[in-house]
Ligand binder design. Structure first.
Ligand code: AOF
Ligand code: ZN
Length: 355
């Protein structure tokens, strides 16, 4: 199962709206087939692993990181494919919350005389499938907020200089993280200040995550880096109802996808915006700032993980803060995060926190 979880991760960022599942088929102690969910979400992991195993699947054990599906999509259900291949035992990590499956995959297998063992490495599978689970259960994507700050939590000098706070190794790690999310998201302030491109140009990337800008008034320049690359790399702009028609036309002309979403006090309602993205199928979003968007997501309890890169530098209170006001009434209201992981990237520290 640990191996199935590891190969499942290869699909992360590429399988939405579907989960990134892994399947390992073992016969007499030997791996005879391995598969993971393919880009776009199909074929499913089991189909890939069974194709590799061929006749060796007869009497074998299949380890799957999510309950095999029970519904008829473009192809038949994976549960029936496992039965047809003569698999003797299925070890599964997690029940699929999709109402079309939801226990019925396991039931099909048991009904056909296949032994089923459930919830093996359950906690790890919940983590591996977090984006899919959140989309199906809450109608929201799993959001990782990334911050790259000085030791005193600054992201730029007073004059706005920010290139670079962290070193090359941390920035490469950031690019790798972009790749295992469905989309990279920023606010309009960051889009204007940095004129970023948000693509992954190194790491031999075989795909690009979707690029999303939350831009209430569609104020970002359509002739920016994001705008000019819209025809080759998809860009989605979430904007409010009052965005000017001229800006909509200009962005549409560049090839951007425009998604109108509700406003609250003249700002995009972050929950409504994320619901909009989940409804489009997105499961995992990597938010790279800036401080205004980050604070609005935290205030609305929409951030799941915080990925923090910390450089051994100090800027001081005249620098720009990584997070806009949270307007806490008392210290007890401060969000308390749980440390999951620490790493070192060259001169910088990395820590991953769950909200
Ligand atoms: C599996 N193995 O590798 C994945 C599964 O639209 P479809 O027909 O591809 O079905 C999508 C649903 O299948 C998805 O919502 C989830 O319940 C399940 N995903 N199931 O057996 C896989 N990716
Ligand atoms: Zn399936």
């Amino acid at each position: 199962m640990a191996h199935a979880l590891r190969i499942a991760a290869r699909g992360l960022g590429r399988t939405w709206p579907n989960p990134a599942v892994g399947c390992v088929i073992v016969k007499a102690g030997v791996i005879v087939g391995r598969g993971w969910t393919q880009p776009g979400g199909r074929p499913h992991a089991e189909v890939m692993a069974l194709a590799q195993a061929g006749a060796n699947a007869q009497g074998a054990t299949a380890y799957v990181t999510l309950e095999p599906c029970a519904h008829h999509g473009k192809t038949g259900p994976c549960a029936l494919a496992l039965v047809a291949a003569g698999v003797a035992r299925v070890v599964s990590a997690l029940q699929d919350p999709d109402p079309r499956v939801s226990g019925q995959g396991h039931a099909i297998l048991r009904g056909a005389g296949v032994e089923v063992i459930e919830n093996v490495m359950h906690a790890e599978a919940i983590r591996a499938n977090a984006g899919f689970l959140k989309r199906v259960r809450a109608g929201l994507p799993f959001v990782t907020l990334k911050l790259a700050t000085t030791l005193d939590g600054r992201i730029a000098t007073a004059s706005g200089e920010s290139r670079w706070i962290t070193g090359a190794s941390a920035r490469r790690a950031t690019h790798a993280m972009r790749l295992n999310h469905d989309a990279v998201m920023i606010g309009s302030g960051t889009a204007r200040a940095d004129d970023p491109d948000l693509t992954v140009r190194d790491l031999g990337a075989g795909h690009q995550p979707l690029r999303i800008v939350m831009d209430t008034h569609l104020s970002h320049n359509p002739d920016s880096r994001l705008g000019r690359s819209a025809k080759t790399h998809p860009i989605w702009l979430i904007h409010g109802p009052d965005a000017p028609a001229q800006a909509r036309d200009a962005w549409a002309g560049q090839g951007a996808i425009l998604l109108e979403s509700a406003c609250e006090n003249n700002h995009l309602d972050p929950r409504a915006a994320l619901q909009r993205l989940a409804a489009q199928g997105l499961t995992r979003i990597f938010c790279e700032g800036g401080g205004t968007l980050a604070a609005s997501l935290i205030r609305a309890k929409l951030v799941d993980d915080l990925a923090l890169f910390t450089a051994g530098a100090l800027i001081g209170a005249d620098g720009q803060a990584s997070l806009a006001a949270l307007n806490l009434a008392a210290l007890k209201d401060a969000p308390r995060l749980t440390l999951r992981e620490t790493k070192i990237f060259g001169p910088d520290a990395y820590s991953l926190w769950s909200v």
